[in-house]
Design a protein around this ligand. Structure first.
Ligand code: SF4
Length: 361
């Protein structure tokens, strides 16, 4: 049940009903079990961004416009849509003077300016760990360094980061890209990265960059965020023991898709991504004894629990949690939301700190 004031179960209506026993015909193997990776699911940046939209709806009323998907999860987006959020691709689609929330993936200064030009009331839900990368890009550009940004073409986070130093930034999408890179000055380069990449592939890209550009400078710290790294470490522990890994999350979620890759690279015999339990195919379970389960950083835990329920129906009743880290990071709400509409301290913000939503669990 949501802790939002209207007390509605905000997730319930957005998903198809689960059909119990749907997977019961899966051939029974001895010792069926589930290895449940931990950490998994919501990270602090996603939690904050989703609460930001909820708080905006609560404080200012519907509709609240959101530029791009607030987080890359279709269930979260459709749930918020039902509550009055309107997702748009561009601030030009938002009526003059309306409230608009910038997504967790961040925006370029041009987008901020575009919102200001339309007198929009902007609420910036950019994850602070993405903001950190933006600041690095700005600082390196001021230092006259050329920036090699490791990331995925067209990803919103990459577009936002490149927008902070457009003249200085070159995108590197994979280790294979390195050989064909053209740079202005090979001795004046620094690398940074998208926050949600595969750690191993990124380190391989950096290794190849350094081979080609020995004077390449490092950022002060890793840009791949704690949540992405922790979820990859956990699935690495599960994968070698798993006949099948199920990753819950959406197709446009970078960190989710990386979890599938990491599972396969680390010994899982098969790995599939699903948005919902109903997408699990019976044939995936043929002859499978051990199923690994994890979820991306934008996935509410309720969706994982539905996967576990379907697996239980299919005989996977023994669930062992494989814990590789504990997470307790929380971020302050965006400054525009730290007080309620009357200016009183916000009980859900707890003095500016984000409290985890109970509807995730
Ligand atoms: Fe922030 Fe990482 Fe979560 Fe993205 S995945 S919102 S960078 S904590």
């Amino acid at each position: 049940m949501s802790s939002i004031t209207n007390g509605q179960p905000v997730l319930a209506a957005a998903r198809a009903p689960r059909v119990r026993g749907r997977l019961l015909d899966a051939p029974v193997a001895g010792g069926k079990r589930v290895l449940l990776a931990a950490p998994r699911g919501y990270c602090a940046g996603v939690d904050r961004a989703v609460i930001a939209v909820e708080k905006a709806l609560e404080n200012f009323g519907a509709p609240i416009y959101v530029r791009k998907q607030i987080v890359h999860n279709i269930h979260v987006v459709s749930t918020l849509e039902q509550r009055g959020a309107i997702f748009v691709d561009d601030v030009t689609e938002v009526p003059e003077g309306a409230h608009v929330v910038f997504s967790a993936h961040g925006v370029s200064p041009a987008v901020v300016q575009g919102a200001a030009d339309r007198n929009l009331q902007a609420i910036d839900a950019t994850c602070p760990l993405v903001t950190k990368v933006h600041r690095e890009a700005t600082r390196f550009a001021k230092q006259d360094l050329d920036i090699l940004l490791i990331g995925h073409t067209g990803h919103e986070e990459v577009e936002g980061t490149m927008g902070h130093a457009p003249e200085r930034t070159t995108l590197v999408t994979s280790p294979a890209d390195v050989d064909t890179l053209e740079v202005r000055d090979p001795d004046n380069l620094v690398w940074i990265s998208q926050t949600t990449l595969s750690v191993d592939e990124t380190m391989e890209t950096v290794r190849r960059l350094r081979e080609r550009f020995p004077n390449l400078q490092d950022p002060p710290s890793d840009d791949i965020c704690y949540a992405t790294q922790n979820r990859q470490v956990a699935i690495k522990k599960v994968a070698p023991q798993a006949d099948l890994v199920i990753v819950v999350g959406s197709a446009n979620s970078s960190n989710t898709v990386r979890l599938v890759d990491v599972a396969l690279e680390n010994g899982a015999k098969a790995a599939h991504r699903v948005d919902y339990a109903s997408e699990i195919r019976q044939e995936w379970l043929d002859g499978v004894e051990t199923v690994g389960v994890t979820s991306g950083a934008s996935v509410p835990e309720v969706l994982v629990q539905e996967v576990l329920a379907d697996l239980a129906d299919a005989g996977y009743l023994d669930v062992e949690t494989v814990v590789t880290a504990e997470e307790d990071l929380m971020f302050s709400l965006p400054k525009e939301l730290r007080r309620d509409a009357e200016g009183n301290p916000d009980e859900r913000g707890l003095g500016g700190r984000v409290k985890r939503l109970d509807w995730q669990n």
